[in-house]
Design a binder for this molecule. Structure first.
Ligand code: GLY
Ligand code: MN
Ligand code: MN
Length: 478
């Protein structure tokens, strides 16, 4: 829902003192009819309809409310680029801001979905040009009729939603936290416990991807491969490359082919690679160092890839870099091999982490303890830091509200997509490891689709072995 006007944020320094009656009248007239009457439904519309039907079956007789959310202020009167809530996108395929999808219960048990959206700006009252966010300034919106054609469901003016929700009497479930206006209207009609169940159900629905989602993730991975190739082409072999130049290069690919990056790119050169969330990207990639690049293109439908490669900036791994790289590669191989339908979700994590522990033991990092003993005590975690992967989809860490029993303690099924991303990270100030390892961080991350027969690596357009990485870099630079 559009938020009430905050007068404290209104500009006080406009150059025009007012609007003459003549200008107001002039601005109403002379605009062509631009209604588009030839629109076909979005390719995603039938999939969204099927998803809504599944949700409907889970909550018969209840009014279900899922907001897209509102823009967030970056500073003063400038907002961050808007990105709708993933569950709203999942249920509609739409990306409008301030929108809400409502599933109205029908007496026979199913639901009628209605999208509440901002209509086109009114020309008669001047809203389209006098409002700072009118269409003249922010761009044309779809009319409600156009949206009905595109989304394949009835669309109503968002300004009527307060009345509808205010009049609601039966049980209601709300996806909270996206639209403060809707949360406030429904405050006394919903309970935290029931809304939490609703949030969990939405998250769990998204565990197994449909055909449209898989195709979109496949595209996001392919575009991400092209973004990594772009980065290799600009990496200097005898001059440093700013991490921000790497970030900007990947971002150009993401904006050109997709919507954006799905998360802030980690462009971590040298010892920065040991900081898992290195997004300052204010260093430089020097020949001789490794570059850990963790980046993913988010498609125009908002599905994201999540891929990491660790590259020798000058094109050749040093012996010690290769030793660490090979250990991580072996762990990733073991992890990917464990991804298949019917396997426990934890299997790929255990498989990869055990291989890492064996290498750490072989390098003497556990002292007298065996790899098995150190693994049971979790001692490897000083250098492996994170888990081995996560579900992937509309959110980079997808399905995050799913119950433990359906996610980390659950079973893999065909149609799930997850990352396998083991890593080793030796901090520069870690005096428990030989000096040659300090400041080295390596992660290899791929996006894996669980198939009926096992799995498919959606990001295998990028090389993974050390030799293949070197050959690929040489080819791109030649
Ligand atoms: N890029 C975030 C992650 O790998 O989980
Ligand atoms: Mn990642
Ligand atoms: Mn990841």
């Amino acid at each position: 829902m559009t938020q009430a006007k905050d007068e404290s944020k209104e500009r006080k320094n406009g150059l025009y003192r007012g609007v003459s009656a003549e200008l107001a009248e002039n601005m109403k007239r002379g605009w062509a009819d631009t209604e588009r009457r030839d629109l076909a439904p979005l390719a995603q519309a039938p999939h969204a309809e099927h998803r809504r039907a599944r949700l409907s079956a889970r909550f018969p007789g209840e009014l279900l409310v899922v907001p897209a959310g509102n823009p967030k202020v970056r500073s003063n009167d400038t907002d961050y680029p808007f990105r709708p809530s993933s569950d709203y996108v999942y249920l509609t395929g739409d990306q409008s801001q301030d929108a809400v999808v409502v599933l109205e219960p029908r007496p026979e048990g199913s639901h009628q979905a209605v999208a509440y959206l901002r209509p086109r700006s009114d020309r008669e009252n001047g809203e389209f040009w006098l409002d700072y966010h009118g269409e003249l300034w922010d761009g044309r919106r779809n009319s409600l009729t156009e949206n009905e054609r595109l989304l394949g469901l009835p669309c109503r003016d968002i300004r009527t939603l307060v009345g509808r929700l205010g009049a609601a009497t039966g049980p209601i479930r709300l996806l909270r936290g996206h639209d403060a206006g809707v949360d406030a209207v429904l405050r006394d009609k919903v309970t935290a416990e029931r809304d939490d169940e609703f949030r969990v159900a939405l998250s769990e629905m998204r565990l197994v991807k449909d055909e449209f989602e898989i195709a979109d993730l496949r595209f996001a991975c392919a575009a991400t491969v092209r973004g990594f190739e772009d980065v290799v082409r600009i990496l200097g072999t005898d001059t440093p490359t700013p991490e921000r130049a790497i970030e900007g290069t990947f971002w150009m690919r993401a904006r050109t082919e997709g919507n954006d990056v799905g998360y802030t790119s980690v462009c971590a050169a040298g010892p920065h690679a040991t900081t898992l969330h290195w997004v300052r990207n204010d260093g430089e990639a020097r020949p001789g160092d490794l570059l850990l690049l963790d980046a993913g293109v988010e498609s125009r439908n908002l599905y994201t890839a999540d891929v990491t490669r660790t590259l020798p900036v000058d094109g050749r791994f040093t012996p010690v870099q290769r030793k660490v790289y090979d250990a991580v590669y072996a762990a990733q191989e073991a992890g990917i091999a464990a991804v298949k339908p019917g396997a426990a979700y934890r299997d790929f994590h255990d498989a990869a982490q055990r291989v890492l522990a064996e290498h750490l033991a072989a390098w003497g990092l556990f002292g007298d303890r065996s790899a098995e003993e150190a693994y049971e005590l979790g001692l490897h975690r000083r250098w492996t830091l994170a888990g081995t992967g996560h579900m992937l989809g509309l959110d980079v860490h997808d399905c995050a509200r799913a119950r433990t029993e359906s996610y980390v303690d659950g079973t893999l099924a065909a149609g799930m997509v997850l990352t396998v991303e083991p890593g080793l990270y030796f901090q520069s100030d870690d005096r428990t490891v030989p000096e040659e390892l300090r400041g080295i961080g390596v992660r290899i991350e791929d996006d894996i689709l669980v198939t009926d027969g096992g799995n498919e690596n959606l990001s295998d357009g990028l090389p993974r072995t050390a030799d293949d990485v070197e050959a690929w870099m040489a080819r791109l630079r030649s």
